[in-house]
Design a protein around this ligand. Sequence first.
Ligand SMILES: Cc1cc2nc3c(=O)[nH]c(=O)nc-3n(C[C@H](O)[C@H](O)[C@H](O)COP(=O)(O)O)c2cc1C
Length: 365
Amino acid sequence: MLDLGSRLPLPARHQPGGWLTALAPMQDVTDLAFMQVIAHYGAPDFFFTEFFRVHAHSRPEAHILRSIDENTTGRPVFAQLIGEDLNFLERTTRELLRHNVAGIDLNLGCPAPKVYKKNVGGGLLREPAKVGQILAMLRENVPGLFTVKMRIGFSDTENFDRLIDLVNEHRVDLLSVHGRTVKEMYRSEVHYDFIARAATRAQCPVLANGNVTSARRAGAILAETHAAGVMIGRHAIRNPWIFRQCREQFSGQAVTRITLADVRDYVTRLYAATRSPEIPERNHVNKMKKYLNFVGQSVDGSGAFLHEMRRTESEIELFTVCDRHLLGDPSREFSPEPYPGVIARPNCETPESGTDGCSLETITH
Ligand SMILES: Cc1cc2nc3c(=O)[nH]c(=O)nc-3n(C[C@H](O)[C@H](O)[C@H](O)COP(=O)(O)O)c2cc1C
C-alpha cells in the first residue's frame, strides 16, 4: 500500500511559507551563465536545467552538468530528463544523483515533433500506462526529490485526470503544469482552469506555468489557480527582475520599477556572461539577438528597437542600437508587460535548422 502522505519537503524558499518561484527549463537558454545572470537580478527559489537527453548511448551532457556543478546562484537546481526507456532513464538518474542536484525532474511536455514522435516529452502524454511505469521506476530510484513538468495533454485533455492521479500514486514531490496541450505549442491561450484543477487534485505543490508575464499577472494567476507558485520562462528572459518583483508583489510591497538604463546594464551583463572565446563575434551577436527578441517586447510599443536590433551584425552595431534605444531616455520605464503586438521571433536569427528540441529556433512567440 503506497503511503500517499510521505512526500519530502522542498528546499527552503526565499519567503518561508510564501508562494514559490522557479525559472522554467529552456533548452539553449537556462545554462550556467544565464542562471548566474538571473541570480544577479533576483534569483527564483528553484532552477531547472534544460533537459538531459536519455537514450541508449547518452551520457549527461557536459555543458548542462556545468549548471549544476558550478552553480554559484545560492539556489537549488533540479536536473531535467527527457526519455522513455526505463533502463536508460535509471542509468542516467544514477549518474545525475552523483551531482549536487536538488532533485530529478521528468519532462512530459516538449512539443517539438521530432521529440514527441520518439514518444518522449509531450509524446508520452498519449500513453498514461507508460507514464505510470516511468514514474514508478523514477520514484523507486530517486531517494530525494522527484518532480514532473507536464502539459495538460497531447491534442486534448482526455488523460489529464488520470495523469494527475499517477502523479499522486507515485508520490511526485512537485508538479509544474504548463497550461497548454502539446499541439497548442507556445502561442495559444493558457488554460489556467486546468492548472487550477491540478492544484486541487494533486497532493503535491503545483507550479503554474505559461504566460506569467509580470509580477502582477503572477499574483492574479495564483489567485485564480490556487497553485503553490509560478514557473516563468520567456518572461524571465525579457525581464530578469521578475522573480524579485514577484516576491515584492506577494508580500504586498511596492514592485520595483525597472528603467531602460537598468535594461542596458542587463544587456552588457548577459553579453559578457554568455560570451566564450571559441564563438566568433557574429555568432555571439546572433545568440544575443535571440534573447533581445524577448527584451524588445517591453522597450517600445512600435517595435522600433526590435526592428533595428534584428539588423545588427557586429558587437558595435548591437550596442549602438542598444544605446540609442535604452540610453536616449534612460529613466523611462521598461514596460512590466510586453507591448501588445510586439512579437518576439527568436527563430528569425537562424535559418530553419531542423532542430530536434525546444530550442529558441522552434519558438516563435
Ligand atoms: C527556448 C525554450 C526552450 C525550452 N526548453 C524546455 C526544456 O528544455 N524543458 C522543458 O520542460 N520545457 C522547455 N520549454 C518550455 C518552458 O519551460 C515553458 O514551459 C514554456 O515556455 C511556457 O512558459 P513561459 O510562458 O513562461 O515561457 C522551453 C521553452 C522555450 C521558450
